[in-house]
Every structure is written in structure tokens, then in C-alpha cells.
Design a protein around this ligand. Structure first.
Ligand code: BDR
Ligand code: CA
Length: 321
């Protein structure tokens, strides 16, 4: 479907994205980006536990779309916990108590939430044009796979932020947070998603925004989120300064995944079938079979980031003229 290009006047082909997420600072930046990019049409947000509780993630998503004046985007609450256990570990030291660093949605904010079946309706409506991006724990997306198998087949493609292939994890020595959160659901998605691209830590850890870029964005009068960019970044960067000494900025894992939908050339890929370890000891460890005799597989796994191209894309959207 085409929409009229608000910037230049010509016709634009937009990417229709249904975003599964757990905002969270980098998820929040991903939502901001989709709101600001005229080449992306965000057709729904499905929220789940992860960085914060499901309810907080839902409120954060609603707040961010409302700031952009978009009350029309359906917000669909998903899973409250992983399938292995009820307890969930949240990460206030990275994302803040409420998920957007020091920023909180107004206490009296009104917003509508939509039932889970809305996912089925969205897929049927956009069908082969729909791209599903998952930047949260995999529980909610795996649930959609089990509930709507016929509709899932209609989806054009899937993009998942998760994993760390033969590089250190971030939540444990071995595992990246999204695949650690619910490795069984991650495995399910990795096995059954067609046309699947993964952005693991191998690339997202290098998708860093630095204080100088943040300074410019926060002064941009046309960016509706400019008022919160600096405090949110500072909160996030404090954590990364402690966990990766010497790092020059903070990695925006989830936003890189969104950028890739439009610009796959900003990374290099290898093609394998990806797996996640579900057992206790190595829970969440992601791996591929790299033995000389192994066959390549169906999943595009991003392995190297072209940093300048990434920053160009980030700036193009976050610094509107
Ligand atoms: C992923 O885990 C979450 O904490 C972030 O939002 C991102 O999706 C990075 O490992
Ligand atoms: Ca996330």
C-alpha cells in the first residue's frame, strides 16, 4: 500500500510493521523511530513482560504513540511471564523503574488496549505486506504462532532481536537477554518463522549512539521526543559505562533491528538455522552448526555492522528538517 509522502510530495512505499516489544529504553527508541519515519507504518504494538512488567510496557507504548499524536495504533497486551516459570527478573538498573529511564507516562493517561485476537485481524488485513518485528522476550510471539498458525503463514517476514553467536552474552556469560528470558519460545520462533532475520549482540552491541549525536537530536525542534532523548540516554549510558568500561555510547539493540527492515545493507549476514539452549546451565545460549560439513540454513543472522551507514539512517529519521 502506498501513502502520500508527507515530506517530499511523491508516493512512498511504506513498510508495514507489527512490533512485539517490552519498552524498555531501546524498545522505546525503536517506537519513536517508527513514529518518525515516513517510510514505516506501525500497524500495531504488542507488549509483553521483559525489561519491565507487561502493564508498564503497555503504558509506555501507549504514551510514546500518544506523544506523536497517534491514538489510532492498536496496543495489544501479550505475555506476563515466560512459559518456564512465573517469576520474572526485571532490569531497572538498565531501563529505569518504569522502563523509559527517568521518564514516566502521566498517571492520568487514558488509553485503549486491544484483545490478543487483534493480532489475527492485523495479519489478515495486511497479509503478505506485513512484517513482524520482535524486540522483546519471545513468549508473546510464540503464543501468536500457536494460536494463529494459518495467519502466521501469511506474514511477509520476521525480524527478531536476540542471541549472541560465539560472542559474550549480556544477561549471563553465555546468553543474550531476549533468548535467555524464554528460550523455549525463542526456539519455537526460530524453528517455525519463515523469512527470518536475527539481529544478535554480534551487531547490536556495536549500534552505539554517542553523547554528541544525542545532543544534536535533543536540540531538534521537529522531533517530538527531543525533550526526553537526553535524560533517557544518560540513564541508559550510565549502565553501559559500568558494564562495558570505555564504551563511547550506548547500544540501541532494538532500534537497529527496525532500521534493518528498511536497510539490510547496513549489516553483513550469514545463513544458518539458529538454536537456543533451554537447559538450566547454558540457558539462552544461541548457536549455529559451523562444522565444515554442516549445511547453511534458512535464517539470516546479522554478523557485522557498518557503523557509518547505521548512524546515517538513524540521523536521517531522528533529525527531521
Ligand atoms: C535486548 O534485551 C532487552 O533488555 C533490550 O530491550 C533488547 O531487546 C538486548 O539484549
Ligand atoms: Ca527489548
Amino acid at each position: 500500500m502506498d501513502i502520500y509522502n508527507r515530506r517530499g510530495g511523491g508516493l512512498l512505499i511504506t513498510k508495514k510493521i507489527l512490533l512485539f516489544c517490552d519498552p524498555g529504553i531501546d524498545d522505546s527508541l525503536a517506537i519513536m523511530y517508527t513514529m518518525m519515519d515516513p517510510e514505516i507504518e506501525l500497524v500495531g504494538i504488542v507488549t509483553g513482560y521483559g525489561n519491565v512488567t507487561k502493564d508498564q510496557a503497555t503504558a509506555n507504548a501507549a504514551y510514546l504513540v500518544q506523544l506523536a499524536g497517534r491514538k489510532d495504533i492498536p496496543i495489544i497486551p501479550g505475555a506476563s511471564n515466560p512459559i518456564q516459570q512465573e517469576e520474572v527478573t526485571f532490569y531497572p538498573e538498565i531501563h529505569g523503574e518504569e522502563g523509559i529511564g527517568p521518564i514516566q507516562p502521566p498517571g492520568n493517561m487514558q488509553y485503549q488496549i486491544y484483545p490478543f485476537d487483534t493480532i489475527r485481524l492485523i495479519i489478515e488485513r495486511y497479509s503478505n505486506e506485513l512484517i513482524i518485528v520482535d524486540t522483546g522476550r519471545s513468549t508473546t510471539l510464540a503464543t501468536a504462532f500457536t494460536l494463529f498458525p494459518d495467519q502466521i503463514k501469511m506474514v511477509h517476514s520476521f525480524y527478531v532481536m536476540g542471541g549472541a553467536f560465539f560472542v559474550p552474552g549480556n544477561v549471563t556469560a553465555l546468553a543474550e537477554a531476549n533468548f535467555f528470558g524464554d528460550p523455549t519460545s525463542s526456539n519455537y520462533v526460530l524453528k517455525f518463522a519463515h523469512n527470518l532475520t536475527i539481529t544478535p549482540l554480534n551487531v547490536t552491541q556495536f549500534a552505539i549512539i554517542t553523547p554528541d549525536i544525542v545532543d544534536v537530536v535533543s536540540k531538534n525542534k521537529k522531533n517530538v521526543y527531543a525533550f526526553m532523548i537526553a535524560p533517557v540516554f544518560e540513564y541508559y549510558y550510565e549502565f553501559y559505562k559500568k558494564s562495558i568500561p570505555g564504551i563511547s555510547g550506548a547500544p540501541i539493540h532494538d532500534l537497529l533491528t527496525i532500521i534493518l527492515v528498511k536497510n539490510p545493507a547496513i549489516v553483513d549476514f550469514i545463513y544458518y538455522d539458529a538454536n537456543v539452549v533451554e537447559d538450566k546451565e547454558a540457558r539462552g545460549l544461541s548457536y549455529i552448526d559451523l562444522r565444515p560439513t554442516s549445511e547453511t540454513g534458512k535464517t539470516a543472522i546479522a554478523t557485522k555492522l557498518h557503523y557509518e551507514a547505521f548512524i546515517d539512517e538513524f540521523s536521517k529519521v531522528m533529525l527531521p528538517e
